[in-house]
Design a protein around this ligand. Structure first.
Ligand SMILES: Nc1ncnc2c1ncn2[C@@H]1O[C@H](COP(=O)(O)OP(=O)(O)OP(=O)(O)O)[C@@H](O)[C@H]1O
Ligand SMILES: [Mg+2]
Length: 417
């Protein structure tokens, strides 16, 4: 049982560089919190401050309402699982898992150690491997041993720093579901660092997106996807990433590279005084008009030349080059650097249904719902179309989902006991 609260946490390393800059986060009991962001944004530093491996320069860290800034790591009762597992090669799997119990001399007698290790091993399906050495195990099995060691400690919270990054893609998928199931079953507060957005989206009750040490947005995966607060979050969440197109504000319409989009009164008010904005459209919100699928009223269609198509069986991608606007391009190039991008080319990515007959070298008729489009201020990067009421509703729904999932897990546990 534990609730972890960070208030205005700052970390400055020796050279004065703020690796973590004024981060406040409130993590509920039993919640699965993800820290995500590009390399060097301060994820590991923040996690290491929570576990006590790194001093906090300023701000407060409390666990269950008690300030723990000065508490030694061993007194915080948190279990950390590292990327490299840190297993002892000369000890068996059993002894590796039992290690923290033996270390806390007298805390558990031999019977308890046997029971705890076997319970954890059963949960992680390691029973058949207890007498083996880590060197003979697969990457996924080693990962599970490292988790077993965290489980037997009855820690108040689990902290993970990119635990799956050494595994191949298939195993990563398996371990991801396993961690999710284990976390729900144990109902244990978890902070999990990753820069893999699939992990972030699938595991997190909420995801905290960091950029250069500064918290950008902390919200449920769905809120991040549907109601991002700024360009950075919009560009970071979603794969393939959101398209960012330059748009001129002209009268009551937005002039995009291929199409003019009429603007309603609410948006028009926010656009007052601006001549140039950045419009964000997710690849999956652009459709092949020829398929004739139902579209909401107000959908806008346009014709665009298709440069390349990639057919993947369940879906296909089409790439549409366009003329860039030099005034916005500088901003988009900067964004790309912040996102660790591969250099945003001036092309739009369209994620089409695999039935689509759109082919490269031809013109395609595409259609989208402008209500799903985001409009960003090119100076501040703020999302001018974020709908606070919808965002609040999503947050409430997600919180209810989380509580129900924990409740279900508890009932299942009760039924198995
Ligand atoms: N011991 C240190 N001394 C000085 N600067 C450090 C130290 N450790 C980290 N930093 C700096 O702090 C910033 C954040 O580092 P951190 O390791 O927290 O990033 P990260 O988000 O975990 O990145 P990655 O995804 O690459 O693991 C970086 O700019 C890094 O150079
Ligand atoms: Mg790191």
């Amino acid at each position: 049982m534990s609730q972890i609260t960070m208030t205005n946490i700052v970390k400055k390393y020796g050279d004065g560089f703020p690796a973590v800059n004024d981060v406040s986060l409130d993590i509920a009991d039993g919640e699965f919190m993800i820290l995500v962001g590009p390399s060097g944004c301060g994820k590991s530093t923040l996690l290491r401050m929570v576990v006590g491996l790194e001093d906090i320069t300023s701000g407060d860290l409390s666990i269950n309402g008690k300030r723990v800034n000065e508490l030694a790591p061993r007194d915080r009762n948190l279990a950390m699982v590292f990327q490299n597992y840190a297993l002892y090669p000369h000890l068996t799997v059993f002894e590796n898992i039992a290690f923290p119990l033996r270390l806390a001399k007298g805390a558990a007698n031999e019977d308890e150690i046997q029971r705890k290790v076997r319970d954890a091993a059963a949960m992680l399906e390691l029973n058949d491997h207890l007498e083996r050495k880590p060197g003979n195990l697969s990457g996924g099995q080693r990962q599970r041993v490292a988790m077993g060691r965290a489980i037997v400690r009855d820690a108040d919270a689990f902290l993970f720093d990119e635990p799956l990054s050494n595994l191949d893609a298939k195993l990563r998928g398996q371990m991801r579901t396993e961690i999710s199931r284990m976390q729900r079953r144990m109902g244990i507060t978890t902070i999990y660092v990753t820069h893999d957005q699939t992990e972030a989206m699938t595991l997190g009750d909420r995801v905290a997106v960091l950029k250069k040490g500064i918290l950008q947005q902390c919200a449920s995966p769905r809120e991040l996807y549907e109601q991002p607060v700024n360009l950075f979050v919009a560009g970071f969440i979603g794969s393939p990433p959101m398209n960012f197109l330059p748009a001129r504000v002209e009268g009551d319409s937005l002039k995009l590279p291929f199409v003019d989009v009429p603007v309603g009164p609410d948006l028009a008010a926010k656009l007052a005084g601006k001549s140039l904005v950045i419009v964000g459209i997710r690849p999956e919100h652009l459709k092949d008009a020829k398929l004739g699928d139902a579209m909401p009223e107000g959908a806008v269609s346009f014709t665009a030349p298709i440069d390349v198509t990639e057919w993947l069986g369940n879906e296909q991608y089409a790439y549409v080059p366009y003329e860039s606007d030099p005034d916005v391009q500088a901003k988009l190039d900067e964004l790309d650097r912040e996102l660790d991008g591969e250099g945003m080319r001036t092309q739009m990515v369209v994620n089409l249904d695999s039935r689509s007959r759109v082919r490269e070298g031809e013109d395609a008729e595409l259609i989208f719902d402008p209500a799903l489009m985001h409009v960003f201020d090119p100076e501040s990067g703020d999302n001018l179309t974020r709908d606070e009421a919808k965002a609040a509703q999503i947050a409430q729904d997600s919180e209810e989902d989380r509580k129900r999932a924990l409740e279900r897990a508890k009932q299942r546990e009760g039924a198995n006991a």
